[in-house]
Design a protein around this ligand. Structure first.
Ligand code: NAP
Length: 328
């Protein structure tokens, strides 16, 4: 008997093929995530689960999933998984770090530049038939070249954004839990406290995971430190930013603009006032969405899952304490 695996959405075929070699797989076919009741029912008889950030993997789910050995998340972020509850039950959890770093950093930089130079607004302007002539005062924005960039979180993606910024001769500072002296030397970065970063940066780009500590890290108070001309970029997770406070900061000209790949909730309610602002770009959480990267994520998620099913240590195990639990 092959083990059983449930995959909560259609992911690139290369990943599904790897799973099929060792397991009987069932893939949820709809564009939207499986409704909670269906997910809870499906996990009852599976040994492996390939989940997405839209699936809440918590104690209630683990209680139903008596055979579950491994949850393989198709994402680097794993704020959708209750790791402590997984560990308690001897269930392994994995993610897909590294393979999406450069693609995500590309998008952070695209958002930074597009917001600075009002690219989406300018495109809409042309299509609306408003372009009458070359205008000396038309669509003036902010310079990127030589500007000051503040990175909140200097992990894999933050570092990759810093590399791009150096190509634009930007002056890059960062705030993180720990200093990274190697990165400082390699790229000439400066470690500063959050308040100083917010006060001095022309662009602030967020690259921390969503945790209880980072939830609403960007709020009324911290937005208040930013320059009137500054632009905020968020490709991390929506709840890191307090959206009400962001809206207030934008409409009262406390900051100049925002580029958001992530929202809270996703998708945003259509009456979210941020959707009405021209100086905000909002994307549907597509930072890792290149064909090559999504394929690599599928392969990585599948390989993690297969390792877990075979009782091996998956390459990207998140809850290492689970190994002690499994030995007992
Ligand atoms: P990473 O390598 O783990 O980097 C995160 C960095 O943030 C680490 O240096 C971490 O420090 C630091 N950090 C954690 N908590 C902090 C805090 N409270 N204050 C200051 N710094 C803190 O992760 P990554 O691969 O760069 O990914 C970062 C996040 O981006 C992911 O968690 C995910 O949510 C998001 N993401 C979004 C997309 C998208 O599609 N929009 C795509 C990929 C990733 P320690 O290492 O010391 O904990």
């Amino acid at each position: 008997m092959k083990p059983k695996v449930y995959v909560t959405r259609i992911i690139p075929e290369m990943g599904l093929d790897i799973l099929r070699e060792v397991a009987d797989i069932k893939v949820w076919q709809d564009e939207l995530p499986p409704p909670r009741e269906i997910l809870l029912k499906e996990v009852e008889n599976v040994d492996g689960l390939v989940s997405l950030l839209t699936d809440k993997i918590d104690a209630e789910l683990f209680d139903r999933a008596k055979r579950l050995k491994i949850v393989s998340n198709y994402a680097v972020g794993f704020d959708n998984i209750d790791l402590d509850e997984a560990t308690k039950r001897g269930i392994m959890a994995t993610n897909t770090p590294g393979v999406l770093t450069e693609t995500t950093a590309d998008l952070a930089f695209i958002l930074l530049m597009s917001t600075a130079r009002r690219i989406v607004e300018a495109d809409k302007f042309v299509r609306a038939g408003k372009w009458k002539t070359w205008g000396p005062m038309l669509m003036l924005g902010q310079d990127v070249y030589g500007a000051k960039l503040g990175l909140i979180g200097l992990g894999r993606i933050g570092y990759a954004v810093a590399k791009r910024a150096k190509g634009f001769d930007m002056d890059v500072m960062y705030y993180d839990m720990f200093r990274n002296e190697k990165a400082e030397q390699e790229l000439g970065l400066k470690f500063v406290e959050l308040e100083q970063l917010l006060k001095e940066s022309d662009f602030v780009s967020i690259h921390v995971p969503l945790t209880p500590e980072t939830k609403h890290l960007i709020n009324e108070k911290t937005l208040g430190f930013m320059k009137k001309t500054a632009i905020l970029v968020n490709t991390a997770r929506g709840p890191v930013v307090d959206e009400k406070a962001l809206y207030e900061a934008l409409v009262s000209n406390k900051i100049a603009g925002a580029g958001l790949d992530v929202m809270d909730p996703e998708p945003p309610n259509m009456d979210n006032p941020l959707l009405k602002l021209d100086n905000v770009i909002i994307l549907p959480h597509i930072a890792s969405a290149s064909i090559a990267t999504r394929t690599k994520m599928a392969v990585m998620a599948a390989e993690n899952c297969v390792a877990g099913l075979k009782g091996e240590v998956p390459p990207n195990l998140l809850n290492k304490q689970v190994l002690d639990k499994m030995k007992k």
